[in-house]
Design a protein around this ligand. Structure first.
Ligand code: ACM
Ligand code: ZN
Length: 489
């Protein structure tokens, strides 16, 4: 794709001589001197040649040819040398808050390689829905994949992916040089699992699958051995479906309210000299990390779950939260040697309106976050789309594009701040967007003026706000108060 041609002047390409070659004319030539996943592309009177040292390189060279064809209708005379900046270039779709069909998922996987993205992060478990078939725990789907409605609207939301369907998605993605990384979010965001198996919560809470959003108090007990057993059993089945060597285990937004009063949680803390509940979470996660290592898997956690000093050395930091304590911990861990994936929520989250996260703001976010000196530990970027208010494919398109293209460029090309240049390249990308049938805002609307910004914000927060949010805010405040009372900070 044109935005992802770092060393070539796009204006020049577009004015050069055109050839009537097609994708079938591409000749692949092995060249071991070319960087991993990179390629060299030459288009001239001798034809269309892609040089690469591996299959990814040949594939991305072909994607560039396809993009040029779609943008221009013919191929320009050019020579391009291109290679990715980061190994991880992700897109996350939350299929738990709302459920999306296999067809919708595959459609996104079809689109991703056009922008040279290579990891589909599949968010599959939440307070509001459990979406993975697990044979050993049938109630996860029987009970956990269904909710009566959303914020009292009385419209049921249900659905889960069978093992066969998930394998089909993995194979489909593989053909497009994409790895599928499932997320099983623990210990927070587990209310749907607790609705199915109440013993997973410290208090054996009998609850329903949540119909409201935000942060809920029911989380997996980090003290009971049965939690460890449950998580490892589920993971065994997940690993049979997903061959990718990375597994996302969430770790975000886990309230401590139940842990603070739980005999088992407090016992584990005492026995292991853990100084607070952050360290309890890290301790619990570290056991799971060791289990995953036995299967050749590396664990990723959202950064707010990695505040404890005792976080396992092998966990990859998924940076999203800039609150001071979380941010400092993320920077500390990346500088200490952990790998980092970058998704700052005010810049790369795709669920916000353009009034909050304009295209310019999204594009202008440097993945090398402030304070990180070991920039070599940054392994990539990701654009997450959370689906509280995203209900169908139309919503997915509108929220995802064109911002995902800016994030893709951050992941592939070297960092530069030439937003004007990006907008010029984006005009050509709209031809690809249109060819792919993506319905999203046009370029005139993605950097709203102050009035349009306010309208967009009022609309978004007007829709997002309801009295359950007040309850969630109370839970968070109570959590803070209890921790302060216990630790004085
Ligand atoms: C998150 O947005 N809770 C990772
Ligand atoms: Zn507990």
């Amino acid at each position: 794709m044109l935005p992802i041609i770092p060393k070539v002047n796009s204006e020049k390409i577009l004015s050069d001589k055109l050839f009537n070659y097609t994708l079938e004319d591409v000749v692949n030539i092995k060249d071991d001197s070319i960087k991993k996943s990179g390629y060299k592309l030459t288009i001239d009177g001798d034809g269309v040649k892609v040089y690469a040292s591996d299959d990814d390189g040949f594939y991305y060279g072909k994607m560039t040819v396809l993009n040029l064809l779609e943008m221009m209708g013919a191929l320009p005379h050019c020579e391009i040398e291109d290679a990715p900046r980061y190994v991880y270039r992700g897109y996350m779709l939350d299929c738990a808050r709302h459920f999306f069909s296999v067809e919708t998922v595959k459609r996104m996987i079809d689109i991703m390689p056009r922008f040279k993205l290579n990891v589909f992060h599949w968010h599959l478990t939440e307070d509001q829905g459990w979406r993975i078939q697990i044979d050993k725990y049938p109630l996860l789907t029987e009970i956990g994949s269904y909710r009566d409605g959303t914020r009292g609207d009385g419209k049921p939301i249900k659905g889960y992916y069978t093992k066969e369907e998930m394998r089909e998605v993995v194979a489909y993605a593989k053909e497009r040089h994409i790895e599928v990384m499932p997320e099983f979010d623990i210990p927070g965001h587990t209310a749907a699992a607790i609705a199915a198996y109440p013993y997973l919560d410290c208090n054996n809470s009998v609850i329903g699958v949540k119909d409201s959003f935000g942060i809920h108090p029911e989380v997996l007990c980090a003290g009971k051995e049965s939690s460890y057993e449950f998580v490892t059993d589920v993971l065994k089945e997940i690993f049979e479906i997903f061959p990718f060597n990375l597994i996302h285990l969430g770790g975000d937004e886990a309230l401590r309210l139940h842990w603070l009063d739980c005999k088992e949680c407090q016992r584990v803390m005492e026995e292991n000299n853990l100084k607070d509940e952050d360290e309890l979470q890290a301790h619990f996660m570290a056991r799971i990390v060791e289990f995953c290592k036995g299967y050749g898997k590396t664990v990723i956690n959202w950064n707010d779950g990695m505040v404890g000093e005792n976080v396992h050395d092998d966990v990859i930091v998924h940076y999203w939260q800039g609150a001071e304590v979380n941010r400092n911990a993320a920077v500390r861990e990346i500088n200490r040697g952990k790998k980092g994936i970058i998704s700052p929520f005010f810049s790369y989250y795709l669920d916000y309106p353009y009034g909050l996260t304009s295209l310019k703001k999204c594009f202008s976010c440097n993945p090398e976050i402030d304070g990180v000196t070991a920039t070599e530990n940054i392994m990539g970027v990701e654009g997450p789309l959370w689906a509280e208010y995203v209900k169908n494919q139309k919503d997915i398109d509108r929220q995802t594009f064109p911002r995902l293209i800016a994030i893709a460029e951050r992941g592939w090309s070297e960092w530069h701040q030439d937003y004007k240049g990006f907008r010029t390249r984006l005009k050509y990308n709209y031809k690809i967007i249109d060819k792919l049938g993506i319905e999203c805002d046009r370029i005139e609307k993605v950097d709203p003026n102050p009035i349009a910004k306010i309208i967009s914000l009022v609309k978004f927060f007007g829709n997002a706000w309801d009295k359950t949010q007040l309850q969630n805010a109370k839970n968070v405040a109570e959590n803070k108060k209890r921790l302060k009372a216990k630790y004085g900070k």
